[in-house]
Design a protein around this ligand. Structure first.
Ligand code: GUN
Length: 286
């Protein structure tokens, strides 16, 4: 079997069409959705990711504002920046691009972002709401994974799902979303023993471990849907957590890297920003 390749770029474009209409409707009411991006230091990959987010905003006619801060920035300086953005009525969403330099404590920053503007969905209030089954702003990559599964018509309820990776940003929230949709979910991580035996049970396999080509064909159940969240640079080339060349011969569906989950993360960030602006406009008009 050769897998159907899930086209994340096409899925993102389809989402943008709907988002463009929502942006226009907001603008007709005098509200231009605004996203602030904060980048610390000059990590080349982070710069590319932030640039993609800014471009997506601009292509929809949204307002974007970028803050580039030196790698030597202090937590206090970043907190002041966040406080200023929290106070702005024309900024509906903000993100602080991760990773941060070692002198900055990410939790302090992420908890300082007003939860209503936390379009990354990393604030404890948003993560807690998700865990409680009343999601507000969802983390973008997990939301993108679910969107791809739904767009492909992949059954979730009653299916076995395995998530590799237990990060707060991706692994845990993805597992929560799959549970909420009725999947039977196993979360694997670096301490898991006999990973292959577990992954081989998966109808839906989400790889978010940050380890290049960790998932090989022998670990995949024939016909499974394989979602690769990994973005690793190996010998100058981007590769996922899945060995695409071999796994595509076993899986039923598979996301490529690049062009799979990555574009969906950006699209979901824009969707969250539009949602935040709509809520703000709704609150303002009452
Ligand atoms: N670094 C890698 N992915 C992300 C993301 O989705 N949001 C932020 N803020 N930083 C990231």
């Amino acid at each position: 079997m050769t897998a159907i390749i899930i086209d994340g770029a096409a899925a993102a474009q389809a989402l943008y069409a709907g988002l463009a209409a929502r942006v226009q409707a907001l603008k007709a009411r005098g509200v231009t959705p605004g996203l602030a991006t904060v980048l610390v230091g000059d990590d080349p990959a982070s710069r590319v990711y932030v640039r993609n987010k800014v471009r997506a905003c601009e292509s929809l006619g949204m307002h974007s504002e970028h803050r580039a801060l030196p790698a030597t920035v202090t937590t206090a300086e970043l907190l002041a920046e966040i406080a200023a953005l929290n106070a702005r009525a024309d900024i509906h969403g903000m993100i602080v691009q991760l990773p941060l330099p070692p002198q900055v404590e990410p939790a302090a920053l992420l908890q300082a972002i007003a939860p209503d503007k936390d379009v990354d969905g990393f604030h404890w209030r948003n993560l807690g709401a998700l865990a409680a089954g009343t999601p507000q702003l969802l983390p973008c990559t997990p939301a993108g994974v679910m969107h791809l599964l739904d767009r492909e018509g992949v059954a979730i309820e009653g299916q076995r799902a395995v998530v590799i990776g237990r990060s707060q940003q991706v692994g845990k929230p993805t597992a929560l979303l799959l549970i909420s949709r009725g999947a039977t979910v196993t979360v694997c991580h670096s301490k898991t023993t006999d990973l292959a035996a577990i992954t081989h049970e998966a109808d839906i396999l989400v790889a978010a471990a940050g380890r290049p080509r960790l998932v090989t064909a022998a670990m995949v159940k024939p016909g499974a849907t394989v979602i690769d969240v990994g973005i690793n640079r190996v010998d100058g080339k981007l590769v996922g957590d899945v060995d695409f060349a071999s796994v595509r011969e076993v899986a039923g569906r598979i996301t490529p890297v690049p062009g799979g989950v990555g574009p969906m993360t950006v699209a979901m960030l824009i969707a969250n920003t539009v949602t935040a602006a709509e809520r703000h406009a709704g609150a303002a008009s009452t």
